[in-house]
Design a protein around this ligand. Structure first.
Ligand code: ATP
Ligand code: MG
Length: 646
């Protein structure tokens, strides 16, 4: 692994932080030893119509498997995210919307948010939606997406947000899986200057699965087909609806939403989160990990179609009365300095994005970053994949001018919010490490037989106890929930990720265990070799997989994307092999390097190594579920070039 230099906590940040290192240490102990007392105290950050007296009731054992938090508590998520802020902040900005076109933006106050959520809730009610019903949302990144989520929460309906970039087939599958009878969409979305035909996609999807109602928000005003009796014009219905709607009191364990995982490793799972534990985790982690205070502008670049958007664009942020920025566009439109222009325009305090975006921007050099001042920023964050130390340093030095801490947050759709992450006032940083578990997160690294490993070790990452934000089931398939997460290592939640713990107790995600390579008996995570490749000056991005090798068992097959101005050559190929040998050792040196102008990624930007493995193995007839791929043509290119490069 690259040299793990330490970036100590800035004492000025520690002095004002919600948690400094002493508070963090104390919270770790309290959450472990007295979870009921600790979480009951933390639960006071929410407004409950009935405060819970039962806090934690959990067993991961097969015979008595159950997960319940705050089970006699009663609250409403929309009340917590909107209504309770009205007394003091009615006229403060809840949502800053930045359109795909830099000329489009809007600011929505808490008072306006309240009215919009109520109107949307009443439109849902008048279309027959009741507590417990599932509502599918297929929307662009516009404020109406937040209104719709909160409107469902207000009346106790369960939303299933489907990312607007998904195809009609993917949408149909998700509508069918959760059995929703209603879809909320928009005429069209906009991304990178192009229009996304959302309503047309819904029409197409509904040839495969029937619903009663389609509510259509007008966004671009583009022409759409209309099905009388099924389609409802949102603006007309909302104008006729009351601007007041009572909040349905919900039990803490009532479902809040269903969200399908990214599908990096296979068929997406319908992850179900509940009301109390999820909201608490979302709110508490947003405050602690980002050290958030009202008045600051918080920008999480994720789409609300992903859990990151659910937790940090909408629920966690708004529960804390944050000013949350919703961005409809993409990092490279109109040009590659867009992120930094938006930071300056809206005076963003906290910026949170994915390594895939950073690597793409890094490829374009420093100038687009330097062209903006970024002086409003005080904290950076990342999520979604391991961040290569090289990209971490670029983020810190170029974007952060060497002055901003980076919170690398490890979590999953299943976990509801961040689980491993530094706290800005408590944790010294190491580039490439998500650092340490949050209070209440009990990690274990296990060997292949599930035996816990002590000290500085590498193995499978498990979690031995529950935390409030844990998912409660796979929608409609509780057995799959148990089998997927609790049967591999009985009594533990298995994350599916590989992880190394260093001598300081820092955690380093090494990639997905399914992707681990076994070269001549040495097990290696993908992240390490990829980071070594990316640390070469000419490399923008890399993905590594194993392939059958007569002598070594598995060989190392590397797909490499070069920087914008670099041409592939035999010399460069040799230089990269030598570079990996020097950085890690001969055991990791790639047997094959294939130049890859693009890598197959999920719509959320994660590399799908299982497809790369198939190509490396020359087994391209059965690529598995590719429905969540961002750009399927990348795969065809790689298959074609493989033939040439062998
Ligand atoms: P599926 O479960 O359908 O295969 P997925 O795992 O990609 O899809 P998500 O829940 O969106 O779906 O992603 C969670 C995974 O993302 C984690 O298990 C981990 O592999 C990776 N990940 C997220 N954040 C980080 C991080 N900060 N560092 C390293 N890996 C991360
Ligand atoms: Mg996963």
């Amino acid at each position: 692994m690259s040299k793990s230099d330490l970036y100590p906590v800035d004492p000025a940040i520690a002095a004002r932080a919600h948690m400094d290192s002493a508070a963090y240490d104390a919270a770790r102990v309290a959450a472990r030893e007295e979870p009921d007392r600790y979480w009951s105290e933390v639960a006071k950050r929410l407004d409950w119509s009935r405060f819970p007296t039962k806090i934690k009731d959990v067993s991961f054992d097969k015979a008595d498997f159950h997960i319940r938090w705050f089970e006699d508590g009663e609250l409403n998520v929309a009340y917590n995210c909107v209504d309770r802020h009205l007394a003091e902040r009615a006229n403060e900005t809840a949502i800053i919307w930045e359109g795909d076109d830099p000329a489009d933006d809007a600011r929505i106050t808490f008072a306006e948010l309240h009215e919009q959520v109520c109107r949307m809730a009443n439109v849902l009610k008048s279309n027959g939606v009741k507590k417990g019903d599932r509502v599918t949302l297929y929307l662009p990144m516009i404020p109406a997406a937040a209104y719709a989520m909160l409107a469902c929460a207000r009346i106790g309906a369960v939303h299933s947000v489907v990312f607007g970039g998904f195809s009609p087939d993917s949408l149909a599958g998700r509508i069918e899986d959760c059995g929703s009878r209603i879809v909320i969409t928009a005429d069209e979305g906009r991304r990178g200057g192009k229009k996304v035909p959302l309503k047309a996609n819904v029409d197409e999807a509904l040839k495969k699965v029937a619903v009663d109602t389609v509510i259509v928000v007008s966004h671009t005003g583009g022409a759409i087909d209309w099905v009388e009796g099924r389609d409802v014009r949102y603006e007309e219905a909302a104008a006729a609806a009351s601007p007041e709607c009572p909040c349905e009191p919900m039990n803490a364990e009532d479902p809040l939403f269903i969200l399908y995982t990214s599908g990096s490793t296979g068929k997406p799972k319908g992850v179900l989160h509940t009301t109390g534990g999820y909201l608490l985790w979302a709110s508490w982690t947003q405050a602690m990990v980002f050290d958030y205070r009202p008045g600051e502008v918080f920008w999480c670049t994720a789409d609300v179609g992903w859990v990151t958007g659910h937790t940090y664009v909408v629920y966690g942020a708004l529960a804390n009365a944050a000013t949350t920025l919703m961005f409809e566009g993409v990092p490279n439109y109109p040009d590659v300095s867009r992120f930094w222009q938006v930071v300056d325009k809206h005076k963003v305090d906290i910026f949170y994005t994915a390594p895939t975006a950073l690597r793409a921007l890094m490829r374009e050099g420093d100038e687009p970053v330097k062209s903006a001042s970024r002086k409003s920023l005080r904290l950076l964050g990342t999520v979604g994949e391991p961040i290569n130390p090289e990209a971490w340093r670029w983020y810190h030095e170029v974007v952060g001018d060497g002055r901003l801490p980076i919170v690398d947050t490890w979590w999953q759709t299943e976990t509801g919010g961040a689980l491993i992450a530094p706290l800005p006032g408590a944790t010294d940083l190491k580039p490439g490490s998500a650092t340490k578990p949050l209070p209440g997160v009990e990690l274990e690294i296990v060997d292949a037989e599930g035996r816990p490993l002590e000290g500085a070790v590498e193995g499978g990452l498990c979690i031995t106890d529950s935390w409030p934000g844990q998912m409660r089931t796979v929608y409609g398939d509780h057995q799959r929930f148990f089998d997927t997460y609790f049967s591999t290592y009985p009594g533990k939640y298995f994350t599916g990720d590989g992880c190394r713990r260093d001598e300081d107790g820092y955690y380093w995600i090494t990639g997905r265990l399914d992707d681990v390579l076994n070269v001549s008996g040495h097990r290696m995570g993908t992240a390490e070799i990829e980071s070594a490749l990316v640390s070469h000056d000419d490399v923008a991005e890399a993905a590594v997989v194993g392939f059958p090798h007569d002598i070594k068992g598995q060989g190392v097959y590397a797909y490499v994307t070069l920087n914008a101005d670099v041409q592939p050559s035999e010399d460069l190929r040799r230089a990269l092999v030598a570079h990996v040998r020097k950085e890690i050792g001969p055991i990791a040196s790639p047997d094959v390097i294939q130049w890859a102008p693009g890598l197959p990624k999920t719509r959320s930007g994660k590399i799908m190594r299982r497809i790369l493995r198939k190509i490396a193995e020359n087994d391209v007839t059965s690529l598995g579920d590719t429905s969540t791929l961002a750009d399927p043509s990348v795969v065809d290119d790689l298959v074609r070039n493989r033939a040439q490069s062998q």
